[in-house]
Design a protein around this ligand. Structure first.
Ligand code: BGC
Length: 738
């Protein structure tokens, strides 16, 4: 017998513990094929159908309701091969049990969800975590997320998202690892390893699903779901490599993107899902559509009705239809009209069953899930410690005139919309527990800071009385900690915005404090790069916390009081203004560079009103100490690597970490290559006054570029190597590749 948890988390009722071992043990490929031969056409189509868990809602212990919207019978609903969305250990067991009672061939269900930056214990949003420049840390966060998520009954997470992003108007930039392809490769791979581990049968692990294939992050105008039009040159060099890195790390699923790429919706795009994904990128796992994307083929205008949409998706290479039921509804007709579809369906079913088999579901369809394990795993203290660490490593110090770190004796007036808000988990923290979030106020108090007054304000309205009251509260020697930001829903899915400044009233409050010569430290909570020109002008220090997750307030306090030294760097540039978008550090050269002294001043590639460079570039981030970074000798070639020698010195009086970044450019190339591209980096920690001589390897492979007509090519000749730890100041070296 196992215990059930009621809503308050207490153990109350008891249910019978079902037989853990069902009739099949782990199968080999041949047995899977035999199983497929035993299946009816409908049963096969069921396996490629994924329905939301709400269609299997539980009231008490009763499973209820067929969803009429789907247009399928209760019986057909139970043919589905996988379920996505809200779950817990008890409902997973109940649904699986009913499935097995109904399933003629005893095929277990598979449960999936979006565990993007934590399940119930929430880590910072991925864009923030990429700023740690520490893939090892993110691997650990993914491992922890898998422990929590699997204990609640899931086997697959729709993560990592490795869409390269250059447009902060797009709300989903928070979910990506930023504008750089290499960072997306490294962090995507680390997350896959963290979720999946060595052996997927380990019940603590989750299968990962990398998304959204491809170029979803290039939505025109930054408007979510909008079409993207990206050259093959850029797709191959920038957008595809992170998917390849995840595939090489063994990722089990790939999700097709919502949008139409170069005129063809990704869900019905055989070039993308077969030629590129299967042949070029060598993916052998399962392709899943995005939510409802199969039926959206009608809206895209490439299918007339449901049956055609399902057929196009299946034929193009989709193996699981998410949240709609076109294929299962129309399969009989398809096979009569298009007999070749049966073999395609068989292949899709095989992919699904292989995945279930690898997850060990045929041996234990419950995968060791029980409410006790669930209670033990969820939100345990070790997980919170990891979330705290991740939040401190991800924050980026953008400005500091010396006001930070604060001493704990400094009287603080804490105000702004995030002063005591728990809404700091960030978008895509679907199952995160908001009540667990540590607010800035909690964090400062827990650290023993002297908090004189807390004045919570709204996001979009700060009345004159409120701002007067704040000003009047401040005495000489006080510091105002102003916790500003965008509401959570301003970013994330469907969170596109045309204006990327903070709400006007937040800026007015900051300005007023500045005009009264009140020292102000701004803490920022947001899911996208913002236009911070005014914040930079009026604040004494700016600490970008992003959406930092469950431990956000503790992390903010540790950083403000200097218990932790900020070390995060931006993984996405903060534009000077939205007119600069799209913007990234790895722009291609032009025939008329702005810095070119020969060219007449006007006829250059430039804006007449703003600089070309972003306000804060990729790779930028301050610390409470200063580092000297020096190239330390010649680059040496060793096996498949070029070793760049660098000496780093901590010039200040505080221990800290910095990220040494290595970029390359090619002096002369067959194509107009970006002036600089990140190829390697290393984060190091140094005591005050200490130096370290390090060697940073550039993998030879990272020099290769996809060149039209030639494919992947390592060009010979002169390269420029640029070394920096702030994305602003670079030291140059030369490298000759023979
Ligand atoms: C999102 C996906 C997500 C899916 C399932 C869609 O709206 O685009 O990223 O995995 O929903 O929740």
């Amino acid at each position: 017998y196992i215990f059930l948890r009621n809503e308050t988390g207490c153990c109350r009722s008891r249910i019978k513990n079902e037989d853990r071992i069902i009739r099949k043990s782990k199968m080999d490929r041949n047995q899977i094929k035999v199983l497929i031969r035993q299946m009816t056409l409908e049963e096969k189509a069921g396996q490629v159908t994924q329905l939301p868990s709400r269609y299997f809602a539980i009231q008490g212990s009763q499973l209820t309701g067929t969803e009429t919207k789907l247009g399928i019978s209760e019986e057909k609903k139970w043919l589905c091969g996988s379920i996505l969305g809200k779950l817990d250990a008890v409902s997973m067991r109940n649904i699986q049990k009913e499935n097995l009672e109904r399933s003629r061939l005893q095929i277990p269900l598979m449960f999936m969800t979006d565990i993007v930056h934590g399940y119930q214990t929430i880590f910072p949003v991925p864009l923030a975590m990429a700023g740690s420049f520490d893939p090892g840390m993110v691997r650990e966060c993914a491992r922890i997320s898998a422990k929590e998520g699997s204990a609640a009954g899931y086997q697959v997470t729709f993560s990592p998202m490795v869409d390269v992003v250059r447009d902060p108007r797009w709300g989903r930039v928070m979910e990506s690892f930023g504008e750089d392809s290499k960072l997306n490769c490294d962090f995507g791979k680390a997350m896959v390893e963290g979720y999946q581990g060595e052996n997927l049968k380990d019940p603590d692990r989750l299968a990962a699903c990398v998304k959204h294939f491809a170029a979803y992050g290039a939505a025109e105008g930054g408007r979510d779901y909008n079409t993207s039009d990206v050259s093959e040159f850029r797709l191959r060099n920038k957008y595809f490599p992170p998917f390849k890195a995840c595939i090489d790390a063994g990722v089990k699923l790939v999700m097709a993107a919502f949008e139409a790429l170069n005129g063809i919706p990704a869900t019905a795009n055989p070039w993308l899902l077969q030629d590129i994904l299967r042949k070029d990128l060598e993916f052998e796992g399962t392709v899943i559509s995005d939510w409802g994307a199969v039926l959206e083929l009608i809206k895209h205008g490439v299918a007339e009705e449901e049956a055609e949409a399902g057929r196009l998706a299946l034929e193009s290479g989709v193996q699981i239809e998410m949240a709609t039921a076109a294929i299962v509804k129309h399969i009989e007709v398809y096979v009569k009209k298009f007999p070749h579809l049966e073999a395609i369906l068989d292949e899709a079913v095989e992919k699904v069953l292989i995945l279930k088999n690898e997850l060990g579901l045929f041996e234990d369809p419950y995968r060791g899930v029980d409410p006790e394990r669930e209670m033990r795993e969820l939100r345990s203290p070790d997980k919170k410690r990891a979330a705290f660490h991740a939040a401190t490593e991800s924050a980026v110090l953008l400005e500091n005139n010396g006001i930070l770190p604060l001493t704990k004796e400094t009287p603080v007036i804490l105000t702004g919309p995030y002063a005591e808000s728990k809404n700091i988990l960030g978008p895509w923290s679907v199952d995160g527990i908001v009540e667990d979030a540590i607010t800035v106020k909690d964090g400062l108090i827990l650290k023993g800071g002297r908090i004189k007054e807390v004045i919570q304000t709204a996001y979009e309205e700060v009345t004159e009385q409120d701002s007067d009251r704040i000003v009047q509260t401040v005495a000489s020697g006080d510091v105002v900690v102003l916790a500003l930001g965008e509401p959570e829903l301003w970013s994330g899915e469907a969170g596109s915005r045309s204006v990327i400044e903070l709400p006007e009233h937040q800026i007015s409050l900051l300005k007023k404090l500045h005009e009264h010569q009140i020292p102000v430290v701004v803490l920022l909570f947001n899911g996208r790069p913002l236009d911070l020109r005014k914040v930079k002008e009026y604040a004494d220090a700016v600490l970008e916390m992003w959406f930092p997750g469950t431990e956000g307030g503790n992390a903010a306090a540790a950083l403000l009081y200097g218990e932790k030294n900020p070390s995060g760097k931006l993984a996405m540039s903060f534009p000077y203004g939205s007119g600069q978008i799209p913007v990234s550090y790895d722009m291609a050269p032009t025939g008329r560079p702005k810095a070119d002294l020969v060219q007449e001043p006007r006829y250059k590639s430039q804006y007449l009103d703003i600089p070309n460079e972003p306000l804060y570039s990729f790779g930028y981030g301050l610390s409470y100490t200063e580092y000297d970074v020096q190239v330390n000798g010649k680059i040496v070639r060793q096996e498949q690597e070029y070793l760049v020698p660098v000496k780093v010195t901590n010039l200040g009086n505080m221990t800290g970490k910095t990220v040494v970044q290595i970029y390359i450019g090619k002096k002369k190339s067959l194509v107009a290559r970006p002036v600089k591209e990140l190829v390697a980096y290393k984060k190091i920690e140094l005591q005050p006054g200490k130096s370290k001589e390090i060697v940073i390897p550039i993998e030879e492979k990272t020099l290769e570029r996809w060149i039209p007509g030639k494919g992947w090519t390592k060009e010979k000749g002169e390269y420029t190597i640029l070394v920096s730890n702030d994305g602003r100041n670079f030291q140059r070296m030369e490298l000759t590749v023979g």
